[in-house]
Design a protein around this ligand. Structure first.
Ligand code: NAI
Length: 331
């Protein structure tokens, strides 16, 4: 039996984790879940929101499924999510966004893959208060990390039959940092002549994404733009409840949705487990359970396309539990 680390997170995390565990079990895959708590409650009892045992568990099992963890805004501890990506050197954050049949949005035929650099930029956490009226944050961009993420994006494009990689920056303003990122993506692109390479400024990209998203294919971005743009692309296909993601490193992978812990709907039995479930199907493929992954996806997409049992964020009135049971019924 395969052992997989599970971080149930907080907010809606534990509810959607339970739903996903039930569905995977019903699909016939026995997983030994190595459950590792992290976040605010853990900080109170263990003195840190990300104890070393969590890192060790993922290093040992090489694969994890992670539900969202709350990060205090403007104060408190550093993001567990950012720390985990950094500690395990999960340098590529992959966020595919494709229309799902049955989810109505103003946009059709959207099929975009966001490849976000995951270890540096403003997320390096180098910031300080200079005095009462001034604060500063340092944006780190290195040749090594930029080249590595560009290579990942082009390799992904080749393996997945994509046509174009767009490098997204604000290199007109951040001439040195984003300029270096762009220099690296351009350099890497020369090794992949079969993939078209294009460059675009992030503000222009945002405008065009809501006017003509069909135009875009694979996007490669520094950390902050990748974070923001992937929420935008999630919105194009029906919102955060259905947006999957993965953090990939050389030695291990952590599958986690784009969305956060949604404290506004915590404990109300109305969270949508779809995003975490899609992440789980990718995790199943990663551990060679391809048939089960396919079976779950088929059932999930059937339930959504039928549109009878949907959670409120998708315009329905089913509870998380009812939606979960409907997916299990259709397996
Ligand atoms: P959020 O993604 O938690 O919520 C934004 C909106 O989307 C809310 O209205 C929420 O109800 C809705 N939503 C999100 N996921 C949903 C789901 N599965 N089903 C139905 N509705 C859903 O973003 P927010 O409010 O900015 O962040 C809340 C907390 O989550 C913060 O502490 C933030 O730092 C943390 N966060 C954690 C992430 C992670 O663990 N990877 C990623 C993003 C945010």
């Amino acid at each position: 039996m395969k052992t997989v680390t599970l971080i149930p997170g907080d907010g809606i995390g534990p509810e959607i984790s339970d739903s996903v565990k039930k569905i995977i079990k019903a699909a016939g895959v026995e997983i030994n879940w190595d459950i590792q708590t992290a976040g605010a409650d853990v900080a109170e009892t263990e003195g840190t929101p990300l104890p070393q045992r969590v890192i060790e568990s993922i290093k040992k099992n090489k694969v994890a499924l992670k539900a969202p963890v709350t990060t205090p805004i403007g104060k408190g501890f550093r993001s567990v999510n950012v720390a985990l990506r950094k500690e395990l050197d999960l340098y590529a954050n992959l966020r595919p966004c494709k229309n799902i049949e049955g989810i109505k949005t103003p946009f059709e035929n959207v099929d975009i893959v966001v490849v976000r650099e995951n270890t540096e930029d403003l997320y390096a956490g180098i910031e300080r208060k200079v005095d009462d009226d001034t604060a500063e944050s340092i944006k780190i961009i290195t040749r090594n990390a930029s080249t590595r993420i560009a290579q990942y994006a082009f390799e992904y494009a080749i393996k997945n039959n994509r046509k174009t990689v767009w490098a997204v920056t604000k290199a007109n303003i951040c001439k040195f940092s984003d300029g270096l990122f762009l220099e690296c993506t351009k350099e890497v692109s020369k090794k992949y002549p079969q993939i078209e390479y294009k460059e675009i400024l992030v503000d222009n990209l945002c405008m065009q994404l809501v006017q003509n998203p069909q135009k875009f294919d694979v996007l490669v971005l520094p950390n902050l733009y990748g974070d923001i743009v992937s929420d935008l692309t999630a919105g194009l296909i029906g919102g955060l409840g259905v947006a999957q993601g993965a953090n990939i490193g050389k030695d291990c992978a952590v599958f986690e949705p784009v969305h956060g812990s949604a404290p506004d709907i915590k404990g109300q039995n109305k969270a949508n487990p779809t995003a975490l479930l899609l992440c789980a199907t990718n995790m199943l493929e990663y551990i060679n359970e391809k048939d089960a992954a396919e079976k779950i996806r088929k059932s999930l997409y059937k339930v959504i396309a039928e549109g009878k049992v949907l959670t409120p964020d998708l315009g329905g009135n089913a509870t998380t539990e009812e939606y979960t049971n409907e997916i299990i019924k259709n397996l």
